[in-house]
Design a protein around this ligand. Structure first.
Ligand SMILES: *[C@@H]1O[C@H](CO)[C@@H](O)[C@H](O)[C@H]1NC(C)=O
Ligand SMILES: *[C@@H]1O[C@H](CO)[C@@H](O)[C@H](O)[C@H]1NC(C)=O
Ligand SMILES: *[C@@H]1O[C@H](CO)[C@@H](O)[C@H](O)[C@H]1NC(C)=O
Ligand SMILES: *[C@@H]1O[C@H](CO)[C@@H](O)[C@H](O)[C@H]1NC(C)=O
Length: 493
């Protein structure tokens, strides 16, 4: 049971009963068993599998490489006048980022932007101690704080904590005035309500702070600041990077590898109302879990899968991969599968989540099985796009559902052909227009990308001398990330 209640407005009920634990364990085991079964199916069917490429001339060999860039490269340096933060700040901005690791990541980007908009000094964002994991590691336990502050020094002033104030010979910690921002608050809320309170009280504390700044802001410099935070300033702590690199090198040592984010987890299944594939007894547990943890909503359960609302099952993932032509030598890293035992609870949590994030980011192919309110998959997809259009296989679950349902009814004749038709008609991670409900954090094109010879002048990459000027601003002396970005063609990590 991981990342429960990321965005679902979970109401209490953190502790699972033993019955639930039992189901969870069985779910996790089912995931692994099903996946092994499906993968071993590769063997059985390999002999008479038709050669693909009938569709769109895309073969799986192409998928191991990055998607076509169309001349675009990631760039989040400012392209117009972007003065450093003013000496006189309007006050202190404190935020509490709620939710799981990935929801918090988005909130941190929003906090930096909000501070910039308000000319405020940002107090290092508070990360909700994840009630589920009883985790207290906070920002410092997960991210490299020095790198964060340094990378953003020309964008916002950041301090570790509120200053102490001295009155009547006494020293007290400054107190921040608490405010609850509206969901997806517009920029104007920050320059009016929030700013007035900040000026009055000296400091404001915004809580909760996930999804509290609108995502579509018609100011590309603001959007680029979000990318600077997300893709440059936020770096996991060295031990997380080291562990992730070890895993990646092991997997890479034999060639390509794919990462799959299986969101076949109890919170997801009960949230989405995907009960049909379970036994009546199991359905009862899932329904009870749903009732206890999520706001009531009328769902027609037997329609959920047909309309693409359910995460793919491990078996479906195996069938898709086989139909696409991946064989049994494919190396797969499974993210987010962990038996929900007490041991797993103690050893994983945000740090395990961070390692999953890095390995999925660096894999040659990423396949999410659910891209609804799963911030993990959305953030990773956005990061992979920025990280050089790395291939993402994003199954169109709605188009696949009738094919799977027909197969279960016994119509297997054109099954693989039908799956291929859908799969090779999906996007594989190249630059593409953002269409609602796709989030800026999933697709930062075109704001955070540029072209050397653009049709639209606004897309032009900052000229070399500007990059040089910026390099003195953004780049730390030893790690030249922007520099790397400028020259690399992103064929490897
Ligand atoms: C993979 O498939 C090949 C050919 O289909 C078969 O010979 C081999 O034993 C399989 N390997 C495994 C580990 O299943
Ligand atoms: C801001 O502060 C720095 C150092 O304290 C100083 O050199 C600079 O002149 C100040 N700028 C303004 C506009 O006051
Ligand atoms: C922030 O400072 C800039 C100058 O650096 C100024 O143009 C802008 O109006 C200020 N915004 C607010 C909200 O104070
Ligand atoms: C990308 O870089 C690799 C090695 O650095 C090189 O072999 C390859 O030709 C480059 N590809 C392009 C399209 O520039």
């Amino acid at each position: 049971m991981r990342r429960a209640g990321d965005v679902f407005g979970r109401r209490g009920g953190h502790r699972l009963s033993w019955g639930l634990r039992g189901l969870l364990k069985r779910l996790s085991v089912a995931v692994i068993v099903l996946l092994i079964c499906s993968i071993s199916l590769f063997t059985t069917f390999k002999g008479n599998r038709p050669v693909i490429r009938s569709e769109n001339q895309i073969g799986i060999d192409d998928l191991w490489a990055t998607a076509a860039s169309g001349g675009w490269r990631p760039s989040s340096a400012p392209r117009s006048d972007w003065p450093p933060p003013p000496n006189e700040s309007n006050g202190y901005l404190c935020v509490r980022c709620n939710g799981g690791l990935n929801q918090q990541r988005t909130a941190i980007c929003n906090a930096v932007l909000a501070a910039r908009i308000m000319n405020a000094t940002l107090v290092l964002p508070e990360l909700d101690a994840n009630a589920y994991w009883h985790d207290n590691s906070g920002f410092r336990g997960i991210y490299d704080v020095e790198h964060f502050v340094k990378s953003l020094r020309y964008d916002v002033q950041i301090v570790e904590s509120l200053p102490e104030i001295h009155t009547n010979g006494k020293t007290k910690k400054m107190k921040a005035y608490q405010l609850r921002p509206p969901r997806d608050a517009p920029v104007s809320w920050y320059t009016t309500v929030a700013l007035e309170n900040m000026k009055e009280h000296g400091a404001i504390y915004l809580t909760p702070f996930s999804h509290r700044l609108e995502e579509e802001i018609d100011n590309p410099e603001y959007q680029r600041l979000r990318c600077r935070v997300n893709y440059h300033a936020l770096r996991f702590k060295p031990q997380i990077m080291k562990l992730s690199n070890t895993i990646v090198s092991k997997l890479r040592s034999q060639g390509h590898f794919m990462s799959i984010h299986l969101r076949f987890e109890m919170d997801m299944l009960s949230f989405a109302g995907c009960f049909d594939i379970f036994t009546p007894a199991e359905q009862k547990i899932l329904k009870k879990y749903r009732k206890e943890n999520f706001a009531e909503k009328k769902l027609v359960y037997n329609e959920r899968r047909a309309i693409g609302k359910c995460p793919l099952t491990p078996e479906e993932v195996g069938l898709i991969l086989r139909a696409m032509g991946f064989d049994n030598s494919t190396r797969i890293f499974l993210a987010a599968v962990g038996p929900a035992s007490e041991l797993a609870e103690n050893t994983r949590g945000p740090l395990g989540s961070a390692v999953d994030y890095m390995v999925c980011l660096l894999s040659d192919i990423f396949l999410p099985t659910y891209d609804g309110p799963s911030n993990f998959a959305n953030n990773v997809m956005g990061h992979r796009l920025y990280y050089g259009f790395r291939t993402t296989i994003q199954p169109d679950r709605k188009a696949l559902a009738p094919i799977f349902i027909n197969r279960e009814k016994g119509q297997t004749a054109d099954f693989e052909e039908a799956v291929r038709r859908v799969m090779f008609n999906t996007k594989f991670g190249g630059p593409h227009k953002r269409v609602r409900p796709e989030s800026f954090y999933t697709n930062s094109w075109p704001e955070c990308f540029c072209q050397m010879s653009p049709k639209n002048p606004a897309d032009k990459c900052p000229p070399e001398n500007v990059v040089e000027v910026l390099s003195s601003r953004f780049q730390s002396e030893e790690t030249d990330e922007l520099e790397g970005m400028k020259s690399s063609n992103w064929t490897d990590s």
